[in-house]
Each structure stands twice: as structure tokens, then as C-alpha cells.
Write a protein that binds this ligand. Structure first.
Ligand code: SHN
Ligand code: NAI
Length: 213
């Protein structure tokens, strides 16, 4: 089995093509859309979920190479191995990132199972060993990581932007940022809300920087 390098790809406003109109195509269309891509899906037929999907360009025809023009990424998710392989070789020739859903060895990237809580993303991969296990772990973690993690991440981002400007001493800044990302602050968000957590953060900051209010 191949080794993988986990990264987060910026595909905002980039053309991403999904070839195929079944359930697997729909799943990939949804995750690409959520990442802000301009999605084109091409297939002679679309499952009802794909038919209903808004904000997606649907091209109702068999795959042809010209559809890849200007694409940053393509997913081949037809039930026809020959077509999937053709998409793979077309993409490789053009330097386009490619995922072939039925052939892990024809993938320049594979897609993990993911949980999104605001800017916090937790992704799980088994490197293709067991997608079902990746899904089960995702479902388990969904129960552990509630909406409060989104609020927490948002609050930390706000405070961090401010501190990057205001606290020049890198060691002190790092110490504070590490401290306020602690689970005790998350507990305060859960029990008492965001404004109480902000108050606690200010308290920590003033303790760490004498004289700071
Ligand atoms: C290599 C990879 C390539 C890629 O697609 O990127 C790939 C390949 C294959 N998947 C297959 C089967 C299944 N895939 C799922 C589900 C998911 N598959 C996803 C990713 C990946 N699947 C990549 C590796 C990810 C990793 O392991 O890290 C997830 C995580 C993300 C997503 O697809 O968006 C999404 C869960 C999302 C979620 O729920 O959170 C289920 C379960 C279900 O549908 O409920 C089954 C049935 C059970 C089983 O087989 O385990 C088959 C055999 C097809 C056949 O039997 O014909 C192949 C081909 C092969 O293995 O040869
Ligand atoms: N990677 C993954 O997560 C998973 C992969 N798979 C594999 O994914 C593939 C697709 O699965 P499903 O969506 O369930 O299949 P499906 O049979 O529901 O859909 C296949 C789609 O491909 C379209 N298609 C066929 N020829 C085409 C062509 N020349 N050009 C464009 N579109 C074409 C069909 O019209 C249909 O819409 C299967 O090979 C399956 O083994 C299955 C489960 C999970």
C-alpha cells in the first residue's frame, strides 16, 4: 500500500471535475463544494441527489477529454474501469490532480473522512486499508467534537490575530497561545458561553504580561 502525505488543499474557486453521476460522485461533489470549488460533474445520468444539487455545473454526456480544460483536480467515479483509467491518463498528461475511486494506485491523492467544526477540520485516513473504518471513526469523533469546537476555534483565531500584532516577544506569545487553547477554556465555552471564556482569556493574558489589561 502507498504512503501518503496529508495536506489541506486550497481549491477555492478552482474548477474541479467529477466524472460519473452515482452516489460516490455525489459524495465527492459535496466535499468539493464545501471546500469552495467550482464543481463540474459530467455523466450521461445523475442520481436524484446529484440532480437536486445546486451551485454545480451538470454536463449530461459521456466523459470527453476537453472537459478537463482549466481543471485543477478531477475525480473519476464512474462504474467503468476503462473510462476511469482514461480520466487518469488524461489528467496525468496535463498535470491535474486525480482521484480514481475504484483504483487507489491510480490516485495522486485520496480523500479522507472529515469532520468540520467551523475552521477546525479533523480528517481520518486509513491510507485505503479500510474506508469503512475511516467512516466509523468519523462517526465516533462526531459525537466527541461538538459545535463548541467551532466557537472555540473562532475565538482562538480572533485572539491570536490580535496577539500576533500586540505581543512582540515570541516566547511569551507562544506560551499564552498554548495556554488559552487548553481544554479548560473549552469547558467554559460549553458551560458558560463565549463571553465568559473571553473574560478568562483576558485574565490569563494579564497574568502572563504584568501591567497588561
Ligand atoms: C482509496 C480511497 C480513494 C478515494 O475515494 O479517495 C477509497 C477507495 C475505495 N472505497 C471503497 C469502498 C468504500 N468507501 C466507503 C466510504 C468512503 N471512502 C472514502 C475514501 C476512500 N475510498 C479512499 C481511501 C480513504 C482511506 O481509507 O483513508 C471516504 C473516507 C471519503 C470519501 O469518499 O469522500 C468515504 C467515507 C466518508 C465518510 O463516511 O465520512 C465505504 C463506506 C460507505 O460507503 O459507507 C465503502 C464500502 C466499505 C469498504 O470497502 O470499506 C472501495 C471498494 C469499492 C467496491 O467495493 O467496489 C474503494 C476502492 C478500493 O479500495 O480498491
Ligand atoms: N472510493 C469510494 O469511496 C468508493 C468507490 N466505489 C466505486 O466507485 C464507483 C462508482 O460507484 P457508484 O457511484 O456507486 O456507481 P453508480 O453505478 O451508481 O454510478 C456510476 C456512474 O458513472 C456514470 N458513467 C458511466 N460511464 C460514464 C462515462 N463514460 N462518462 C461519464 N459517466 C459515466 C454512470 O452513468 C453512473 O452515473 C464503482 O466503481 C465502485 O466500485 C464504491 C464505493 C465507495
Amino acid at each position: 500500500m502507498a504512503k501518503y502525505y496529508p495536506i489541506f488543499l486550497n481549491i477555492q474557486d478552482k474548477k474541479c471535475v467529477v466524472v460519473g453521476g452515482g452516489n460516490v460522485a455525489w459524495r465527492k461533489v459535496c466535499s468539493l463544494k464545501e471546500a469552495g470549488a467550482k464543481v463540474t460533474v459530467v455523466s450521461p445520468d445523475f442520481c436524484p441527489e446529484l440532480e437536486r444539487e445546486t451551485g454545480v455545473e451538470r454536463i449530461q454526456q459521456k466523459y470527453t477529454t476537453d472537459i478537463l480544460k482549466g481543471a485543477a483536480l478531477v475525480v473519476a467515479s464512474t462504474d467503468d474501469g476503462v473510462v476511469n483509467k482514461k480520466v487518469y491518463s488524461d489528467a496525468m498528461e496535463r498535470g491535474i490532480l486525480v482521484n480514481v475511486v475504484d483504483k487507489p494506485d491510480l490516485c495522486s491523492f485520496i480523500v479522507p473522512a472529515s469532520i468540520q467544526r467551523g475552521d477546525l477540520c479533523i480528517s481520518i485516513s486509513t491510507g485505503g486499508a479500510s474506508p469503512a473504518l475511516a467512516r466509523n471513526i468519523r462517526e465516533y469523533l462526531e459525537g466527541q467534537f461538538g459545535a463548541e469546537y467551532g466557537e472555540f476555534t473562532h475565538l482562538l483565531s480572533e485572539v491570536r490575530q490580535k496577539m500576533l500584532l500586540e505581543i512582540k516577544d515570541e516566547a511569551i506569545r507562544r506560551d499564552i497561545l498554548q495556554r488559552i487553547a487548553g481544554f479548560d477554556i473549552l469547558e467554559i465555552i460549553k458551560r458558560k458561553g463565549v463571553s465568559e471564556a473571553k473574560r478568562k482569556i483576558l485574565e490569563i493574558v494579564s497574568e502572563k504580561i504584568p501591567g497588561d489589561k
